[in-house]
Design a protein around this ligand. Structure first.
Ligand code: PLP
Length: 345
């Protein structure tokens, strides 16, 4: 998450010479329509934003064929993770998550004084049976992510459906779909159906990944209108900026861009993985826009790559000291990563 300029200064490299493959952003940036929307704002950001993000909420309601009352716009899905923890947890309560899952879940849970129960992974992904068994009377929240960060694993639609149906109704299931758009359409869960059936479900989506708006901070949650109401009451007023709201409406309108980026990601990810395979480097097959690979000493390889102008993500804080996570970049960025990785290893 460090700015490129600060990494460049530390290592005496030109910022423009740095290849950043650390945060699963969209290497193509944002849709030209979103860029245009921001440019055309001119003086508008001197007014407060619409605190209900009505234009964006309505655009999403149309796009998803959802009731707008079921949608909460937030400053990235990160804000929603924290809101869910604040709404459902307190000291003495607990949340269940998988061993290798997004670091913010545990941080949010502990920040409100609750316990984070990490269930050992199964084949690098969620062990849904054990996660279900870990739900005791203290638990009020359970996080699942598909695809999962940092491992890139995906849950099947059927497993997600069965899991949500089996979770007690007084426990909120947070289904994190930050990387949904990178998966084949036929594997995506039918969230409509799930929301109709289960009031204890919050689905998280973001404009930070395939939509390329990570720096603007905008995402949304889908859930029962009462749930959305509770979360909304905990949200800071005006947490979603004018620029973010405008850009997201425009980005949503350019689905061709989303499809192009998702398809380019698939091509480049396959190429990257084929190259790793050819070199005998172990990696976890990924459904996201990143790949977790085994390098022996993760922090050391990370530092050596930084010195060569390639910034990836060390994952020792996930308990994965021997691995690094690399985001799928543009062709020349992936080539640079592969070249420098060879030199470093
Ligand atoms: N969920 C997952 C699984 C992620 O990997 C990330 C970011 O990397 C987020 C949520 C948070 O994204 P944002 O707050 O930018 O929407």
């Amino acid at each position: 998450g460090r700015p490129i300029e600060s990494v460049a200064r530390e290592h005496g490299i030109e910022p423009s010479a740095i290849v950043k493959l650390a945060s699963n952003e969209n290497p193509f940036g944002m849709s030209p329509a979103a860029r245009q929307a921001i440019a055309s704002l001119e003086g508008n950001p001197s007014r407060y934003p619409d605190s209900d993000s009505v234009a964006l909420r309505d655009a999403l309601a149309g796009h998803l064929k959802q009731d707008p009352q079921r949608i909460l716009i937030a400053a990235g899905s990160s804000e929603l993770i924290l809101l869910a923890a604040r709404a459902f947890l307190e000291p003495g309560r607990a949340a269940v998550m998988s061993q290798y899952s997004f670091i913010s879940y545990g941080l949010a849970v502990r920040s409100v004084g609750a316990e984070a129960i990490a269930v050992p992974a199964l084949d690098w992904g969620h062990d849904l049976k054990r996660m279900l068994a870990a739900i005791d009377e203290r638990v009020r929240l359970v996080f699942i992510a598909s695809p999962n960060n940092p491992t890139g694993t995906m849950l099947s639609k059927e497993d997600i459906e069965r899991f949500i149906a089996a979770v007690p109704s007084n426990v909120l299931v947070v289904l994190d779909e930050a990387y949904r758009e990178f998966t084949p359409a036929e594997h995506r869960p039918d969230v409509d159906k799930l929301l109709q059936r289960h009031d204890n479900l919050l689905v998280l989506r973001t404009f930070s990944k395939v939509y390329g708006l990570a720096g603007l901070r905008v995402g949304y949650g889908l859930g029962h209108p009462d749930l959305i109401g509770y979360l909304k009451r905990l949200q800071l007023p005006f947490s979603v900026t004018v620029n973010a709201q405008h850009a997201a409406v425009a980005a949503l309108g350019d689905q061709a861009f989303v499809e192009q980026c998702s398809s380019a990601n698939k091509t480049e990810r396959s190429r990257l993985c084929a190259e790793l395979e050819a070199r005998g480097i172990r990696y976890i097959p990924s459904f996201g826009n990143f790949v977790l690979l085994h390098v022996g000493d993760g922090p050391k390889v990370f530092r050596s790559l930084v010195e060569r102008g390639i910034v990836v993500r060390p994952v020792a804080n996930y308990g994965l000291k021997e691995w690094i996570r690399v985001s799928v970049g543009l062709t020349h960025e992936n080539d640079a990563f592969l070249r420098e990785l060879r030199a470093v290893l």
